[in-house]
Design a binder for this molecule. Structure first.
Ligand SMILES: *Cc1c(COP(=O)(O)O)cnc(C)c1O
Length: 333
């Protein structure tokens, strides 16, 4: 792991991840995998500096969507149009003259609300779609031709660690990055997509990446591809989340937080508890018994558990979890 990231063992590892991801995403024509350091949070600033031309429209219905909207509120862009809905549901992006970038989270991880990967009908010619796929990529199948910038980090469905961002970019997005880089706009090197593209084409990153993260990512991506790719991963997360939602529907004390079944995420299930059961107390007992991270998103402030049903999660484990919750609730009462 101590070798230079310009040496063959690291560059081959980066190449393996790039090729594996393109296979997983159905090899869309002309799209490239661009990589940089700093995770999805860094990518919001990368996009604001390097990809959004004049004005964006942002779909917001939770923490992560809001953070991208905030990054697009800066001195060199027009104020973005923000379409803001209640957490637990979502609205739609709508065609707006003068908007060159439409941005939305595919899976709003704070609330467990999913959005389809679809272009906005009637958008200006050349407008780009930006999909925050951080918690969706590798767990939900999609058609890459419906987006231009499909970005994510490896610590969710890819069961790897944090710190890197990956972006599946369309030819139009690459052309936009090159045009803005040549426009004279001030762009810090770390936030330059042009620099990231040039490095990614050489199977490297601008500065040293976490090798262990890339190694785990490569193993996970190969595992998904060997088992049937994204359609297989999608079926797995659908089955695991269906178990959670069916359990909640049948339960006397639990209900899915997202009321519209079409908006319910297959990778992050948010389950409200009625007031007779203290969800935080349940999460605490589960944690004390080795079942960790069922806690809700802090800032949502609900009497709720939030369960990830990412691709690596076995259906059998989710079934054990609901049995464990039933057992704990029966003893707490
Ligand atoms: C986790 C998450 C992020 C933040 O990812 P980092 O790599 O920690 O910056 C952004 N967007 C969504 C939708 C997420 O789930």
């Amino acid at each position: 792991m101590g070798t230079s990231h310009r040496q063959a063992p690291v560059k081959n590892l980066v190449k393996r991840v790039q090729e594996g991801l393109l296979d997983l995403f159905h090899n869309p024509d002309g799209y490239e995998i661009v990589i940089g350091n700093g995770g999805s949070t860094a990518f919001w600033d990368v996009a604001a500096f390097s990809l959004v031309e004049n004005k964006a429209q942002a779909l917001v219905h939770g923490e992560f969507g809001q953070k991208f909207a905030n990054a697009l509120t800066n001195p060199w862009l027009h104020k973005p149009t923000v379409i803001s809905g209640e957490p637990g549901a979502r609205l739609e992006l709508i065609a707006e003259a003068g908007v060159d970038s439409y941005v939305y989270p595919q899976n709003e991880t704070s609330t467990g609300v999913v959005a389809p990967v679809k272009r906005v009908p009637g958008a200006d010619a050349g407008a780009l779609m930006f999909t925050d796929a951080t918690s969706a990529a590798g767990g939900i199948d999609f058609d890459a031709t419906e987006t231009d910038v499909y970005y994510f980090a490896p610590q969710k469905n890819f069961a790897s660690d944090g710190g890197l961002w990956f972006s599946l970019m369309s030819p139009a997005a690459i052309e936009r990055a090159e045009r803005i880089a040549g426009s004279g706009r001030y762009i810090p090197e770390f936030l330059s997509v042009k620099t990231a593209i040039d490095n990614s084409r050489l199977n490297q990153t601008l500065n040293t990446p976490a090798i262990a993260t890339l190694f785990l990512m490569a193993e996970q991506t190969d595992w998904m591809n060997a088992n049937g790719g994204l359609a297989w991963a999608d079926a797995r997360t659908k089955a695991a989340s269906k178990h959670m939602y069916d359990w909640a529907d049948a339960s006397s004390f639990a209900t899915p937080f997202v009321s519209n079944p079409e908006h319910r995420s297959q990778v992050v299930c948010t389950i409200d508890f009625d007031e007779s059961v203290d969800a935080a107390a349940v999460a605490k007992v589960l944690r004390a018994n080795g079942i960790v991270d069922t806690d809700p998103y802090r800032k949502l402030g609900r009497n709720q558990l939030r369960i990830a049903t990412f691709t690596a999660t076995e259906l059998g484990d989710v079934q054990k979890l609901t049995a464990a919750i039933d057992y704990v609730v029966s003893r707490l009462g």
